[in-house]
Design a binder for this molecule. Structure first.
Ligand SMILES: [Zn+2]
Length: 391
């Protein structure tokens, strides 16, 4: 038996349904209420019109929005890269090679250690309002270590991504073609049962366009859907390949030609921006304004990983996107909720409308704008996931 709860007296409710409220993409309703029934949203609208329910929660004039959809993270890992970060912040530039440090630590860790680490960062993310997360393998880079990473991740989320093609591991450095054959062969077969997505780090020093195409199409042939790390550190073929293969998302998108922007704007492929990476590597910001003005769909995500972006905080990414990437607060909040859902090709999350999962957060603030207006302040004061109060 499910019971119904109304959260009422909400000063500003973000529904992400443009047919509601102010008619903006956020579908913002003032003086609003949400009814939760079981694990779903049953009703949204003005407080005065809310239907009768079993329980009532008074939001006391605070803001409610959909839980954050963090569509890009790397949380199955072990070890620590404090020294690398410290060195980089003291003047050295980031290259893809730092991943090897985490690969060595991850291979050496037990299953229990990896899962404990994962659940630690998931709890941290939940406290900051993340109710859905995607996470990837990519620190094992052997058949056994990649498949166990995905097996562990799949116990905690449906959005699991096979990233055997993160880098060419040192043991294959002499023969990258043999590693691509492994990633598209035996390793793929071992990973398919645990994953929904396949990803590749398409970048100088990682995998080139031809290798990325071979890897993603091999995954597609086995039923995985592509997403891609594209155009992060340099211009390259990743974004065009993403669009050509109907990837759900091209992630990073920091170095884009006009043709890349046009391709994204005329496709279903979401541009997922990960400002924690630029922050943590002191790199040039992706140009969110250019993508939005061209008509591309933009998602915001953490890229949480121990090397290049060790933050699990979506609110922090929202603040960066507004301050440094010229997104409006409304756009940044949409991209971190509905945008993340589009990047995962999900319609049951990232919005607060009847039938969606009851994943919502209560801010200790009267407006979602405070997420950017009050950077670094822990504003998330309530979290419901699938209708369950988690915080
Ligand atoms: Zn990443």
């Amino acid at each position: 038996m499910s019971s119904s709860t109304v959260v009422t007296n909400i000063a500003a409710l973000v529904t992400n349904d443009p047919s509601l409220g102010d008619g903006s993409p956020l579908g913002l309703i003032q003086d609003a209420a949400v009814v939760i029934d079981g694990d779903r949203v049953a009703w949204t609208g003005e407080s005065s019109k809310a239907p009768a329910t079993d329980k009532r929660i008074d939001a006391a004039g605070r803001a409610v929005l959909p839980g954050f959809v963090d569509s890009h993270s790397h949380l199955v890992f072990a070890g620590d890269r404090t020294q690398e970060f410290n060195a980089r912040m003291s003047g050295r530039s980031y290259t893809a090679g730092g991943i090897r440090t985490t690969v060595a630590a991850t291979r050496a860790a037990s299953d229990g250690e990896l899962e404990a680490n994962l659940t630690h960062y998931l709890a941290e993310a939940l406290r900051q309002g993340t109710t859905t997360f995607e996470t990837k393998s990519g620190y094992g880079l052997t058949v056994e270590d990649e498949s166990r990473a995905l097996r562990i991740a799949a116990r905690h989320t449906d959005e699991v991504t096979y990233l055997g093609a993160h880098i060419v591991p040192p043991d294959h450095a002499h023969d990258p073609a043999a590693y691509v054959a492994l990633v598209t062969g035996e390793m793929l077969d071992a990973c398919v049962p645990h994953a929904r997505w396949i990803d590749v780090f398409c970048e100088k020093g990682a995998f080139d366009g031809d290798q990325a195409r071979a890897i993603l199409t091999a995954g597609q042939a086995k039923g995985l859907h592509p997403r891609i790390h594209a155009n992060q550190l340099s211009y390259g073929p990743g974004v065009q390949l993403a669009v050509e293969l109907d990837a759900a998302s091209a992630d990073h998108c920091t170095h884009l030609t006009d043709a890349d922007v046009d391709a994204l704007a005329n496709s279903r492929t979401v541009a997922t921006l990960l400002p924690g990476a630029e922050f943590s590597t002191r790199a040039e910001w992706p140009d969110a304004r250019r993508l939005l003005d061209a008509g591309a769909t933009v998602a915001l995500s953490t890229d949480c990983n121990p090397g290049s972006s060790f933050t699990s905080s979506v609110p922090f990414c929202i603040a960066l996107a507004v301050r440094d990437m010229r997104m409006t607060p409304d756009e940044a909040v949409w991209s971190a909720t509905a945008g993340g859902a589009v990047a995962l090709r999900r319609t049951d999350i990232g919005r607060l409308t009847p039938g969606a999962y009851a994943d919502l957060i209560l801010l200790d603030a009267p407006s979602h704008v405070h997420l950017a207006y009050r950077p670094g302040v822990p504003l998330v004061s309530g979290v419901w996931r699938r209708g369950q109060r988690m915080l």
